[in-house]
Ligand binder design. Structure first.
Ligand code: UD1
Length: 430
């Protein structure tokens, strides 16, 4: 298994390119199941999760062609995928595939809408809580699906097709919103989703579905009104920039100090996270090509924050914020309200000398004068990148084991950071 080694204490400068959003690319790829025509996606990030999903989609019968290298003036544009699901040859998504990545469960809605039947293994993915799928099933049942659980599989049927309905979610869920949104696009009649997640990646998928021929109102709000199209066409869509990757590098620059332009980043996607960084003493400015993050030698101010669905502070940046606050001049309080078990980075940060007390859903972080490099273990996707941030601040060498978690969601992380002056390298095993 590969490891990453970091020698801390180097300031960052220059620029790095932000990739397309993983959390938009995955559902957009899944949307290809909704049409027999070609869906072309531009700016797809090169990530382990994307490759896992590509394998799952191929198993259902999706043809996937990836454009070769282009002499492109915008080096931050990712790969171009052409996905064609002319015939769905298999409506089962097996355990061996779905257990590797939770978002692959989201094929359920589109398969059901297109074929009237789907059999999808209950999901796996990052171990950050129980992460049930009751809301997905509730939404699909409202559209007329009959659902039973059999041998660890969700078996869904809609022999007469899905019918538009009002779906009012008792809790905001990104995945369940995607599921109902995609299924409703092919259902007969109008669907209204109330208390829909407002994450920009939902908006990106909704815009792509609109290009595919489905009428949609309320994009970006918590009430989505979808006129089922019965049949969808092909489309060309560009994946929006990754706001979690953007935030992660912004926290990294804040941690290491320096001045870096994040090319291709969109500032408006991160209002809450950037407000927190500004409160901590970091300078953030929109530039012609992205966002510039700078911190001079001044100390970091502590902050109090809780994670919330968009537009609140993202749970996917909680670990990174905590890493930064380990060196603040005072005590920060971080409350995790989305996932009940998302503090696995705490004990690893403690190995570097961080002072963090956990009580229920709240972490109290007392800033320390210095972190010291150590061996640490990546436990999940976002937790592992928080260790990179801590390593950039620590004195001496930090070695992060099990970096396959990082490769699921961060493209060329060590190249991007070393290009800005970080002393970071991948130690390839065997
Ligand atoms: C998505 C993101 C993930 C992010 C999360 C919250 C992708 C690929 N993943 O995950 O990076 O951390 O949103 O912003 O986009 N819940 C239920 N029942 C359900 C579904 C969810 O109780 O049927 C709960 C979950 O346990 C959790 C909360 O709702 O406590 C939010 O989860 P959800 O928004 O669904 O997260 P994901 O879609 O899995």
């Amino acid at each position: 298994m590969d490891r990453i080694s970091i020698v801390g204490g180097k300031q960052l400068s220059g620029s790095l390119a932000i990739s397309g959003a993983k959390n938009a690319a995955l559902p957009l790829m899944i949307a290809s199941l909704l049409t027999s025509e070609r869906l072309t996606l531009k700016n797809v990030p090169n990530l382990a999760d994307v490759n896992t999903l590509a394998r799952i989609l191929r198993n259902h019968g999706v043809d996937l062609a990836v454009d070769g290298k282009r002499a492109d003036p915008s080096p931050y544009l990712g790969e171009t995928f052409h996905l064609t699901a002319r015939d769905i040859v298999d409506t089962t998504a097996p355990y061996e595939m779905v257990s590797r990545m939770r978002a692959s469960f989201w094929v359920l809605g589109p398969l059901l809408a297109r074929c009237g039947v789907a059999r999808v293994s209950m999901p796996g993915g990052c171990a950050i809580g129980t992460r049930p799928v009751d809301l997905h099933l509730m939404g699909l049942k409202a559209l007329g699906a009959e659902i039973e659980i059999d041998g660890g599989y969700v078996v869904a049927k809609a022999t007469k097709g899905l019918k538009g309905a009002r779906v009012s979610f008792p809790k905001v869920s990104v995945g369940a919103t995607h599921a109902v949104l995609m299924a409703a696009a092919l259902a007969k009649g109008e669907t209204v989703i109330e208390n829909a997640a407002r994450e920009p990646e939902i908006g990106d998928v909704a815009e792509c579905l609109a290009k595919m021929g489905c009428k949609m109102e309320g994009i970006g709000t918590s009430t989505l009104r979808i006129q089922g199209a019965g049949r969808l066409e092909g489309a060309v869509h560009t994946v929006l920039p990754d706001r979690i990757e953007t935030g992660t590098y912004a926290f990294a620059v804040a941690a290491a100090g320096g001045d870096v332009e994040l090319r291709g980043a969109r500032k408006s996607l991160l209002d809450t996270a950037f407000a927190a960084l500004e409160q901590a003493g970091v300078t953030i400015a929109e530039t012609e090509h992205g966002v510039r993050i700078a911190r001079n030698g001044r100390g970091l101010q502590p902050i109090a924050i809780e994670t919330q669905p968009y537009p609140g502070f993202p749970t996917d940046l909680q670990a990174q914020l905590m890493a930064l606050m380990t060196r603040a001049e005072g005590t920060s309080v971080i409350r995790e309200t989305i996932f009940e078990n998302r503090f696995m980075h705490v004990q690893e940060l403690a190995r570097l000398g961080a002072d963090i007390q956990l009580q229920g859903d709240t972490a109290t972080v007392r800033g320390v004068k210095q972190l010291r490099g150590a061996q640490v273990m990546a436990t999940d996707l976002r937790a592992s990148v928080s260790l990179v941030i801590a390593g950039l601040m620590a004195e001496g060498k930090t070695t992060i084991n099990r970096v396959y978690h990082l490769d699921r969601g961060f493209e060329r992380l060590e190249q991007k950071l070393s290009g800005c002056g970080a002393d970071i390298e991948r130690l390839v095993s065997g």
